[in-house]
Design a protein around this ligand. Structure first.
Ligand code: UDP
Length: 405
């Protein structure tokens, strides 16, 4: 099949570059690579956000990235490209009509890409698939006044759920949210993402550590909702353990980071400052060494569209204590591959930590079951197979138009 993936603000090329790739860039890069590896002809469309970007780039993973000239050739905040999405969609439609390559199916990532893709599809008949990645309604509920999305996002997301041919959802929690938004269940296909088992594996080097001191690892951006403050508040329950926090700006910029300062001040006031180590952001290739050095990974977000870090920890053979939210509620099976605790509940987290760190056999059985779960349910190969079936069912259904006939 000829597959177009539209990821307007998150180019998969970020994973080949110096700068840290966000979750969506990594997702699109892994998916495009898995689909190309399965023999499909894949093109990813991202907005041209720098004047130095070439028109198209062939990646070493066998797919092409095309840069769409819509709007200014500079970075825009995630929710700001709204005025340029029509231009983006028209460019796609023209290119698919006259550029000698038209897709059998177009898969949009995030609501902004969804709008551009539906616009192109109306003019070409190409069937469309959408993955939301994050939902405006959930962000509004949790972030309230701090939500920076345009007010129209919620209405667009609701309309997109009916305008596209299929919505690919990543976890059961997202299914429930979409049903509440009025998206028909019959339009959804639940296809969980994968984890790169070449990067995240149980064997391989581990970061140095003190063998006498249990290590708790927690990973993510330095923002409230990732729950780092709750992890620090739980530490008094495990007096001999150290806590390594990976993520945020690089180490040398941490002292200037407002959230990192809040975290350090809280650790001080909880009397655990000597046991909390803020590492700052580390390159993706080094993440495996940190997971493998840990006795337990804590993923304690207040909400999470999916949550890749528990998958990565599980793939590295580390038991996970996660909050019962988003994709974590699917990936961590409570009492079998890890423990689930309520979000924003340091007491429950402390109790779970004390129990797990004090029980070597439980940690070992969780880690073994977690690896099994990753291999059977969360490989990109499996994800590509499931998506091929979704795409294949749509590929023959293009509304007849001279462009795609
Ligand atoms: N990550 C990284 N370096 C860091 C911290 C995180 O490469 O210092 C990666 C991590 O391995 C994961 C991603 O960033 O792949 C975070 O994804 P997640 O879904 O947990 O959260 P998001 O940032 O997308 O909200």
């Amino acid at each position: 099949m000829r597959i177009a993936m539209i990821s307007e603000h998150a180019s998969p090329l970020a994973v080949f570059g110096e700068e840290k790739a966000g979750g969506q860039s990594t997702h699109v890069a892994e998916l495009a690579s898995a689909m190309a590896g399965a023999g499909h002809d894949v093109r990813v469309y991202a907005r041209r956000d720098s004047p130095t970007l070439p028109h198209a780039v062939d990646t070493p993973d066998g797919y092409q990235v095309c840069h769409v000239p819509a709007g200014p050739a500079r970075r825009l905040p995630e929710d700001d490209p709204l005025p340029y999405l029509g231009e983006f969609g028209s460019w796609l439609a023209d290119t698919w009509r006259h550029g000698g390559w038209a897709p059998d199916v177009a898969h949009a990532h995030f609501w902004t890409s969804g709008l551009a893709t539906v616009h192109a599809s109306r003019r070409t008949g190409v069937p469309t698939v959408l993955t939301y990645h994050a939902l405006g309604t959930v962000e509004r509920r949790h972030r309230r006044v701090r939500d920076t999305s345009p007010p129209r996002r919620l209405g667009y997301e609701r309309a997109l759920g009916r305008a596209v041919d299929r919505v690919v959802v990543q976890c059961s929690d997202e299914v429930a949210e979409l049903v509440r938004m009025g998206v028909p269940r019959s339009r959804m296909a639940l296809v969980p993402p994968g984890v790169n088992e070449a990067v995240f594996r149980p064997d391989g080097p581990a970061a140095p550590r003190d063998p006498a001191r249990p290590r708790i690892l927690t990973v993510g951006r330095m923002v409230d909702r990732k729950g780092f403050l709750d992890v620090v508040r739980a530490l008094p329950a495990v007096p001999d353990a150290e806590c390594v926090v990976v993520g945020g700006p690089p180490a040398h910029l941490l002292p200037a980071d407002t959230f990192a300062r809040r975290l350090s001040a809280l650790a001080e006031s909880c009397g655990v400052a000597d046991r909390v180590r803020l590492l700052g952001g580390v390159p993706r290739e080094e993440m495996g060494t940190w997971y493998r050095s840990a006795d337990v990974l804590v993923a304690a977000p207040w909400y999470e569209p999916f949550g890749l870090t528990p998958l990565e920890g599980m793939a590295c053979g580390v038991p996970v204590i996660g909050t019962n939210v988003g994709g974590i509620a699917d990936s961590v099976v409570d009492g079998l591959t890890g423990d689930l605790v309520p979000p924003r509940d340091p007491r429950a987290l402390g109790t779970a930590l004390r129990r797990l760190l004090g029980d070597n056999v439980r940690r070992f059985t969780y880690a073994t079951a977690a690896l099994d779960r990753i291999r059977s349910r969360y490989s990109w190969k499996r994800c590509a197979e499931q998506l091929s079936a979704v795409y294949g069912a749509l590929a023959g259904t293009a509304r007849r138009s001279p462009a795609v006939a």
